[in-house]
Design a binder for this molecule. Structure first.
Ligand SMILES: [Mg+2]
Length: 306
């Protein structure tokens, strides 16, 4: 049945407390859109459009233009016709049609099910110990930012204080050379608490990524390689059976993503793109319908002041 909605949307702007430094550069403000859909009965539900242009999505300006062109009215059928070059809009609008289930969400957001991204500027061991006290067990560190030796030493400091059920994820954002990726792999093979090495090489080096996954004990995760459903399927078809990091908010229509994950039985990590609570709730709702047992890539509220 086709449902008619009235659309309202507003732009948000959240500065990071500390700008996020990755191999893609410095990210200082998270901007996006909250869309509100009101049906004929006056029920309003919300969705979030959180673009990440350097991951190949539409820009915020393109998302705003799309919402403005709708001129206030759209239908459920129109939502399913949003083109693939607007993946963040596909996610935001489809999830805006979902009912909210607060009970489900509070049960999922247990700290032990969330991976905590570590801030490089803060003293590492005291930071990790604080999070451990709060119940976190999985941690993530960005690498390929400083030199190999310093980053390796930092990882060893973290691993030294992890409890037995603690895990560390390393994310290179595609920034390593094959040579350095091998050194991380060799080191990782001796670290039982290293959960995975994420996107050591850039997506165009798929063959080498596959080689790393097949030649080291260290699990390799793809992130930048699998930013949308098309390239996710392509990696799977070319033999990828390592981890898929899924940024659902930029991966297009969630019903398609869900079907794909469950049909292919993918080993997935659901990851945040620093959405607000609106997008995060939608992500959790989606994740609850997909088989997966790795910690969520989220728990990043300490990155914002609000
Ligand atoms: Mg990543």
């Amino acid at each position: 049945m086709e449902i008619q909605y009235r659309l309202n949307f507003e732009v948000y702007r959240r500065p990071f407390r500390t700008p996020l430094k990755t191999h893609h550069g410095l990210w200082s403000v998270r901007e996006g859109l909250i869309v509100s859909l009101t049906d004929a009965l006056g029920n309003t539900t919300r969705g979030e459009i959180a673009p990440l242009p350097w991951f190949g999505t539409e820009t915020l300006a393109e998302a705003i233009a799309f919402c403005s062109d709708i001129s206030g009215h759209l239908s459920s059928r129109k939502i399913q016709q949003i083109p693939n070059h607007l993946p963040a809009c596909q996610f935001g609008f489809e999830t805006a049609t979902w009912p909210v289930n607060p009970e489900l969400l509070s049960s999922i957001l247990n700290p032990e099910k969330c991976c905590q991204l570590l801030t490089p500027q803060v003293e590492m061991q005291s930071q990790v110990l604080t999070f451990i006290k709060q119940g976190f067990r999985t941690f993530k560190l960005k690498i390929a930012v400083h030199n190999f030796t310093d980053e390796l030493e930092c990882c060893e400091q973290i691993l030294a204080i992890l409890p037995p059920d603690g895990k560390l994820r390393l994310d290179a954002n595609g920034g390593l050379s094959l040579e350095l990726a091998k050194r991380w792999g060799e080191w990782g093979d001796r670290q039982p608490q290293l959960e995975f090495l994420e996107q050591p090489l850039s997506p165009e080096n798929f063959t080498q990524l596959l080689w790393l996954q097949n030649n080291f004990q260290t699990t390799i995760a793809l992130d930048e390689s699998v930013t949308n459903l098309e390239n996710l399927v392509a990696c799977y078809e070319q033999g990828w059976r390592g981890v898929f990091v899924i940024k659902a908010a930029i991966a297009g229509f969630p019903h398609r993503l869900k079907e794909l994950c469950n049909t292919l039985d993918l080993d997935v990590v659901f990851s945040t793109v620093f959405e607000t609570v609106v997008g995060r709730n939608a992500l959790l709702h989606l994740a609850s319908e997909v088989r997966h047992d790795r910690a969520f890539g989220m728990g990043g509220s300490h990155w914002f002041n609000d």
